[in-house]
Structure formats: structure tokens, C-alpha cells
Design a protein around this ligand. Structure first.
Ligand code: FAD
Length: 463
């Protein structure tokens, strides 16, 4: 052990884990028994780390505010620093004479590279550096096929996950935090400019969401109590509010998948058959989140490259801004698509069924490269993450892991008839439907479907 180890305070570096409960890095820091310096680093400079989208920045602001308040209530505080994480963490460790730096893992390649560099540098300086599993139930490298390869198909992946030991129990939140008493300068959250001002487009986000761990815990509890029983039947109906809406909470780590898993298991014990099957279905959706990260870990270029390389030959026509704008603004004249795109713009979210429909419409009926749509979702979703977002887009586009077959072109009219039969969802976001104010369809669904299938012939020819 070097002189620093065992002596100096512990830095807890918060990242995608903006919570006190079930935070393994924080838990270990409290166990270590020395004062704690909690820090969040806004890193927009490390190579390859994707800058956050606008809606994500809005969420981050609120979640950091809540985390800072919770830490203060327990005797600690949250330090805010901006810059390349390697520089910031290194300088902070030196300035407080840290004995250890703890964090929970991230899974994107650029982030892992940053973390590895930092770990190596800290070790070289005699500072203990430890990473923990806090954001995924199953670490991506631990789940392997019989041949030792990563999985590319969901069902056997998830079967392998649940066949192993169950996810660990969540850690309780600390009762108190022994905050580092020294003076360390912190940025002011407001100075980071995470909230939109000119213009302030976030009114709809504020109306729809309140970031923070305490609200996240309530959301989980309310979902399990009030909606879980009907989840399996109604999860595909966008007007029903039958899903958990936990995705931004999981994205930012206001709640951990371990908490969600075990809270659901508690409901499962003694549940009637309908609730039990709903609970299984819900856990399977968490499994899709795990699978997205598994795929990202093994295919770091998920947001930029087709997983099925034959899709590199797809003949995307030149991008027509008029068409893209109509899609982004929800003015395509296709009601379910427009409702979804407006829900996204107004609330920072979109129902999963409608995400599939709007993505299919963009990539297949409008023949716009999935990466263009992925970038728009990245900028506008409060739950945008580097795994589920590109994974979802590649799944719809047909180029992804265990993807929908290309010829599955979602028909937005049939989807609306099936999943929004009374038009409640559409009317909520497209109130002018049926009047002259509503645009005529931008394209003919049948014709564009045929054109998409013809374009796909080139991909097939490349196989
Ligand atoms: P619930 O139905 O309550 O599911 C519980 C949790 O399971 C979710 O909170 C989420 O963490 C996870 N989950 C559910 N479905 C999926 C799925 N298909 N893939 C991965 N995880 C899933 N999800 C994101 O979290 N971030 C994204 O950026 C994202 N982008 C998407 C883009 C496209 C084109 C598509 C088709 C899907 C995308 N999804 C994304 C997946 C899914 O739409 C959302 O997770 C879901 O709508 C969130 O609502 P919920 O929390 O009420 O889900």
C-alpha cells in the first residue's frame, strides 16, 4: 500500500448513477470510513465522448440539483467540475490528497477508455481506483454463448442472464455522509448553461417530468402498485399510460436496475397469474436494456455503423431537408407519426410503440438514413442513451442485432387502428386533425413501402 492509500479522503465520481441508494461506489466509500468528496464532471472534451443532447442536458441539470440537495441533507456536498475527466479527476485527487477514487462503470468505448486512463494514472500515483457494477444487472463480458462469444440474439441472451445467479440485493442509502471539510472550489450549476434559455423550449418537459432520485423511487412504487397488473395487456397502447416511464430514471441512474428488479420480485411473490405474467414481461423489457448495452459493449460503433455490414450498401437518396423537417416537426400528414414526433418535442419522450412507427416511417417510407433519426432522438429524448437509442434505430432499420426483418415496414395507419383505436393519443398531440389546418400526407404509404423494398434488393444482393 502506498502512503496515500488508507489515508486520504475518498473521491466518489458520480456519472450515470445520480442516486444515493444502491450506489455501490458510494457504499464502498462510506465503508472505507474516511471523508468523502463527491464530484460530477461535465466532460464535453474527452475524445469520442458524445456531447449530450438538449433534452439530456435539461434532465441532467435537475438531477444534479436533486443529488446535491440529498448529499447536503446527509452532511456532504456535490462538487461540480467541467473539463476532460482525466485532467479534472487527476487534479482533484492531487488537491485533496485523495487515498481512493471510486466510481460505477460505464460501457461505451470512449468512456471506458477515459476510465482506464484515469485508473492507470491514479494507480501510478499510489491512489486506489476502483470501479463497481451499478448500472447493469449483468456485466456484458460475463454473459457468453457456449462457444464463448457475445450474444447477438435477445432470447438466448436473456435466458442465459436469468439462468445464472440472481442480481444482488440493492444497497441501502447511507444514513450520513462524512463530507470532506477542506475547501474545494466548485462550479455553479447554473453557470453550466444546461437549461435552454433563448428560447426556453423546456416548458413541456417541466410539465411532464421532475428529475431526481426521490421522484424516481415514487415513480417505481406507483407503477408497481397501479399499473404493473395491466402492463402486459396495455403496454403497447400509447394512450393508456401503462408503462413505467422509468427510462430517463434508469438512463441517469436515479434508480438502479437492481432496485427495479428486486421491487418487481417482491410484487411477484404472491401475485395472481395476470400480474405475475405482467411482471415477467416487464422484467424482459429491462432485459432489452441489458441487451442493448451488451451489444454496445461488443460493438462500440453502434451509433455510427451498421451492425449488419451488408447495409453499408443501402442506397440512401440525398437528404431532403423539407422532408426531414416535416418528420421532426410532426407535420407529415400521417397522424400517428405526427402525434409521436410532437409528443417527443413537447415532453422529451415518446411511447415505445410509436418510436418504432416513427423510426420505421423515417427510414423506410422517407428513406432517410437511420443515423439521422438517431441523432434527432439523441437531441430530444430525456432518456437518450448510447446503447438503447442506436440499438432501437438499428433494430427498426433492419441493420441491427436481432433486428426486425427489413420487409417489416410498420404501417402507421394499421398501427393506429390497432393500438390507438379511439384516436385518443392522436387527438392529444394532433388536435387539428380532420381540419384544413392538418397537412396532406407527405408521401403515399404503399408506394414508398414498395420503393423501400426495392432499395433493399441492393442490400440482399450484397450478401
Ligand atoms: P417500460 O415498458 O416501462 O420498460 C421498463 C424499462 O425497460 C424502460 O424504462 C427501459 O429502461 C427498458 N426498456 C423497455 N423497452 C426497451 C427497449 N426496446 N430497448 C431498451 N430498453 C428498453 N430506450 C431508452 O432508454 N433510451 C433510448 O434512447 C431509447 N431509444 C429508442 C429508440 C428507438 C427507435 C426505439 C424503437 C426504442 C428506443 N428505446 C430507448 C426503448 C424504449 O422505447 C424505451 O425504453 C421505452 O419507451 C421507455 O418507456 P418506459 O420506461 O415506460 O418503458
Amino acid at each position: 500500500m502506498s502512503p496515500a492509500e488508507g489515508a486520504g479522503p475518498t473521491i466518489v465520481w458520480f456519472r450515470d448513477d445520480l442516486r444515493l441508494a444502491d450506489n455501490p461506489a458510494l457504499h464502498a466509500a462510506v465503508e472505507r470510513g474516511l471523508p468523502i468528496v463527491a464530484v460530477y464532471v461535465l466532460d464535453e472534451e474527452s475524445p469520442g465522448v458524445r456531447p449530450l443532447g438538449g433534452a439530456s442536458r435539461w434532465w441532467l441539470h435537475g438531477s444534479l440539483r436533486a443529488l446535491g440537495d440529498s448529499l447536503e441533507a446527509l452532511g456532504g456536498s456535490l462538487l461540480l467540475r467541467r473539463g476532460p475527466a482525466a485532467d479534472v479527476i487527476g487534479a482533484l485527487a492531487a488537491s485533496v490528497g485523495a487515498g481512493a477514487v471510486f466510481w460505477n462503470r460505464r460501457y461505451g468505448a470512449a468512456e471506458r477508455e477515459v476510465d482506464t486512463v484515469i485508473k492507470t494514472a491514479l494507480h501510478a500515483d499510489g491512489v486506489e481506483a476502483r470501479s463497481f457494477a451499478g448500472s447493469l444487472l449483468f456485466e456484458p463480458w460475463t454473459i457468453r454463448t457456449g462457444q464463448g462469444n457475445p450474444y447477438s440474439v435477445f432470447t438466448p441472451f436473456w435466458r442465459a442472464c436469468v439462468a445464472g445467479p440472481p442480481p444482488r440485493e440493492p444497497y441501502p442509502a447511507p444514513m450520513a455522509i462524512d463530507g470532506w471539510p477542506g475547501a474545494v472550489p466548485s462550479d455553479r450549476l447554473d453557470d453550466w448553461g444546461l437549461l435552454p434559455t433563448h428560447p426556453d423550449w423546456a416548458a413541456g418537459l417541466r410539465a411532464a417530468w421532475q428529475p431526481g432520485e426521490a421522484v424516481a423511487a415514487k415513480a417505481l412504487e406507483t407503477f408497481l402498485r397501479e399499473s404493473l397488473a395491466r402492463y402486459a395487456d396495455e403496454r403497447d397502447a400509447p394512450a393508456q399510460a401503462a408503462t413505467s416511464r422509468l427510462s430517463p430514471r434508469l438512463r441517469w441512474g436515479e434508480v438502479s436496475p437492481f432496485q427495479v428488479w428486486h421491487a418487481t420480485q417482491r410484487v411477484l411473490r404472491g401475485a395472481d397469474a395476470a400480474t405475475a405474467s405482467s411482471a415477467q414481461r416487464f422484467l424482459t423489457e429491462l432485459g432489452w436494456r441489458e441487451f442493448s448495452y451488451h451489444v454496445l459493449f461488443h460493438a462500440p460503433e453502434l451509433a455510427t455503423s451498421n451492425l449488419k455490414r451488408e447495409f453499408d450498401r443501402f442506397p440512401w437518396p440525398p437528404l431532403d431537408d423539407r422532408v426531414l423537417n416535416a418528420w421532426q416537426q410532426g407535420r407529415t400528414g400521417i397522424p400517428l407519426v405526427d402525434a409521436g414526433m410532437r409528443e417527443l418535442w413537447q415532453t422529451g419522450s415518446m411511447h415505445n410503440r410509436v418510436r418504432m412507427v416513427t423510426a420505421s416511417f423515417l427510414t423506410k417510407n422517407l428513406l432517410v438514413d437511420w443515423r439521422v433519426g438517431e441523432q434527432w432522438f439523441w437531441d430530444t429524448l430525456v432518456d437518450a442513451d448510447g446503447a438503447s437509442n442506436p440499438f432501437g434505430w438499428q433494430w427498426v432499420a433492419g441493420s441491427g442485432a436481432d433486428a426486425a426483418p427489413y420487409f417489416r415496414v410498420f404501417n402507421p395507419e394499421l398501427q393506429a387502428a390497432r393500438f390507438d383505436p379511439h384516436g385518443e393519443y392522436i387527438r392529444e398531440y394532433v388536435p387539428e386533425i380532420g381540419t384544413d389546418a392538418y397537412p396532406a400526407p407527405l408521401v403515399d404509404l404503399g408506394e414508398t413501402r414498395r420503393a423501400a423494398l426495392a432499395a433493399y434488393e441492393q442490400v440482399k444482393a450484397a450478401k
